[in-house]
Design a protein around this ligand. Sequence first.
Ligand code: HEC
Ligand code: HEC
Length: 261
Amino acid sequence: MNALAARRRHPAAIAILLLLGLVAVGGAYSLLAPKQAQASVVSAGDINTGKSLFLANCATCHGMNAQGSAAGPTLVGVGAASVDFQVGTGRMPLAAPNVQAQRQDTSQFTQEQIANMAAWVASLAPGPAIPGAQYTSGQNADVAQGGEIFRINCAQCHNYAGSGGALSRGKYAPSLTGSSGKTIYEAMLTGPQSMPVFSDSNISAQNKNNIIAYLKTTQTEQQVGGMTLGNLGPVSEGMFIWIFGLGLMLGCAFWLGQKAA
Ligand code: HEC
Ligand code: HEC
């Protein structure tokens, strides 16, 4: 009989065996368990950088703690998506009080600085996060469905092809021909100014992606019917036919009348 076999019936053997089993299972689980996806990649340092950028560039209007002032609304609870949208499109920092913040071609800040400010604002109170690339690329999307949702929800302000249009009191819905997928998604998520909010429960993430795909198609599509006339729909087309169509008919009428005389 060897030593192991001799101790097999020792009273402590069962406890030791159980312990070993538990350690083995626990160890294997912690090695193999699916890792939780990193919810956010911002560190405390990023948030602090964001705060100092905010104090230097935005606090005069939005307040030292983003609580708002007479010159700008509170940003508590607007979320990272709103900051990314407003600063990323160059609307913020607002140059001068106006009926509507203007979109600029370039932002004053790098994408990293914007992300830091967004992280700071998001740390104040929960709000919509910056959407991931999965639903902003317009890939794997249903263009026809996107077009339908766009015509129902957006075309009354932005025109059926996204060329934009005038609103009351000097405001306007901008043309969407240059808007990136991320900008389109964030605009729906945050509803800037007179635009309504379309949350993910209202228009699902997949349908937002479908809208993005539709808008990208209108941006790149070849015009089969000739001139686009600015894609403005009935206004420019009506004007064209009134001026040129009627003008041609009047011309013919005069010409015929002169010949008869
Ligand atoms: C000159 C004043 C002024 C400055 C400076 C300014 N803002 Fe604004 N901000 C405003 C006003 C006014 C509005 C609301 C007007 C609008 O929506 O068109 C606004 C709106 C916003 C919104 C949208 C809020 C919402 O309800 O979704 C965000 C986000 C924002 N600002 C962020 C910033 C950030 C970040 C900076 C600094 C980089 C900044 N602002 C600088 C005046 C300012
Ligand atoms: C009631 C009118 C209205 C409706 C409906 C509306 N929008 Fe807007 N939209 C606006 C206005 C006004 C702005 C500009 C806000 C500003 O500059 O602060 C805007 C801005 C945007 C922008 C930002 C463009 C850029 O590049 O800066 C996008 C993208 C956008 N809208 C997409 C949509 C989509 C998609 C829908 C439908 C799901 C929609 N909008 C519905 C009025 C509207």
